[in-house]
Design a protein around this ligand. Structure first.
Ligand code: PLP
Length: 408
């Protein structure tokens, strides 16, 4: 009854761990929900107000997205990149996940995925029947591929088209790519298409976020949306920015959009105009201040001789490697951690690492971000007292994990 390509697919592991954690909690076990990653903050209140005001919009909107919203996004993005994007360059989708899926469906070629990569790129490649090549990475290179690693794969068959996924700041590693320029040289040399997944870019802990589009704008599709910086994952609004020279690709994407989701919910699109047109700098400053402090707390208190971690640079995640020979794969290790400590993590194998690598993804968002934010003065330095007051499960869960790492 099922096609072969879907037979072996499981529900997305991030959504699965969320459900397992909730089920264990219902059965009375204390669970530290470090598996699922979503913003712990509330949506900025003026954006929520805008949604209320626009609830009566009931018409289908244009398949590329509401023009005023596309204009707002183009202006917002152009101010940050050295490229003048216009509303025609923007396409709105029900989350970037759907847009990325449609991109993979229309792309005729092979997909280059750094290991680690976000959990859905690979299943979407399978569903789109795209051959995937994993590009190996090292912690010394912030878990991003070097230009040579990418080139090594391309040189095996130079005649193919390639679509390279780059995600910085990265889920799962929490790292930022700082070899964009050398990667862009390979991109230009072999005419690659790049999907630059910048969904965490507004949550970079440093101010100087750089996109690969700064180096090769005409080869780069930028992917971003409301899900992370605006804490509106459940609203399902994302966008692609596609440069003029890829107009033909944008037009085909529009066709696929029109045959699948038609257009994104009208009230959400109207509300999103406010998200992009209003000044959210105070909200973002506080959100980043909290995430950086909480992430660094976990990093400082978990790292040891047998737990290797890179300090988080943006977003919600860090990626510990537990040096041990007790488990045969990272999934078995994460099951043991959950059973013996109540800490839910995701195994590195879900992100493309070889199963024997004892790597896991840890999401440091199990706290009430609204309460934390509301109790923060403008430039408060976040110390241990604040973290233990407003993120007690982070403190407890980190200690449990540290104890576990010393016991194996
Ligand atoms: C790296 C990355 N890309 C894309 C997405 C999907 O975001 P959206 O809500 O826009 O579909 C996520 C969400 O978890 C993510 O972590």
């Amino acid at each position: 009854m099922f096609k072969n390509i879907v037979k072996n697919l499981e529900p997305s592991s991030t959504l699965k761990i969320n459900e397992i954690s909730k089920e264990l909690e219902r059965s009375g076990k204390k669970i530290y929900k470090f598996g699922f990653g979503q913003s712990p903050f509330a949506i900025p209140s003026n954006v929520v107000e805008a949604l209320k005001k626009n609830a009566s919009h009931n018409m289908y909107l244009p398949m590329q997205g509401l023009c005023e919203l596309r204009e707002a996004i183009a202006k917002f993005v152009s101010a940050k990149k050295n490229y003048e994007y216009k509303s025609e360059n923007v396409i709105i989708g029900p989350g970037t996940k759907e847009l990325m899926f449609l991109l993979q469906i229309l792309f005729d070629g092979d997909v280059l995925l750094p290991a680690p990569s976000w959990v859905s790129y690979y299943p979407q490649a399978i569903l789109s029947r795209n051959q995937t090549h994993w590009v190996q990475t090292e912690s010394e290179n912030n878990w991003f591929p070097s230009a040579q690693e990418i080139e090594k794969i391309i040189l095996k068959n130079k005649d193919k088209n390639y679509l390279l996924f780059l995600n910085s700041p990265n889920n799962p590693s929490g790292q930022v790519c700082d070899n964009l320029e050398e990667i862009s040289l390979v991109v230009k040399k072999y005419n690659l298409l790049v999907l630059s997944d910048e969904i965490y870019s507004e949550l970079s802990f440093e101010d100087n976020f750089k996109s690969i589009s700064n180096f090769c704008p005409e080869k780069t599709i930028i992917s971003d949306g409301l899900s992370k910086w605006c804490a509106a994952g459940g609203w399902r609004l994302g966008h692609f920015i596609i440069p003029n020279n890829l107009n033909h690709l944008r037009d085909k994407l529009k066709v696929l959009a029109s045959e699948t989701f038609s257009s994104v919910s009208a009230p959400i699109q109207y509300a999103a105009i406010t998200a992009y047109n209003s000044d959210q700098s105070e909200y973002l400053k506080k959100a980043k201040n909290i995430l950086k402090a909480v992430g660094e707390y976990v990093y400082e208190n978990l790292k040891s001789n047998n737990v290797i971690i890179n300090k988080p640079k943006g977003g919600f995640y860090l990626m510990p490697e537990f040096l041990n020979k007790k488990f045969s794969n990272s999934s078995e290790m994460c099951d043991d951690i959950l059973k013996s400590t109540g800490v839910a993590l995701l195994p590195g194998s879900d992100f493309g690492f070889l199963p024997h690598k004892m790597i896991a993804r840890l999401s440091f968002t199990d706290f009430d971000g609204t309460k934390f934010m509301n109790n923060l003065e403008k430039d408060t330095k976040i110390d241990f007292k604040l973290i233990s007051n407003f993120a007690p499960k982070i403190v407890e869960g980190t200690k449990k994990l540290k104890d576990w790492s010393e016991s194996i």
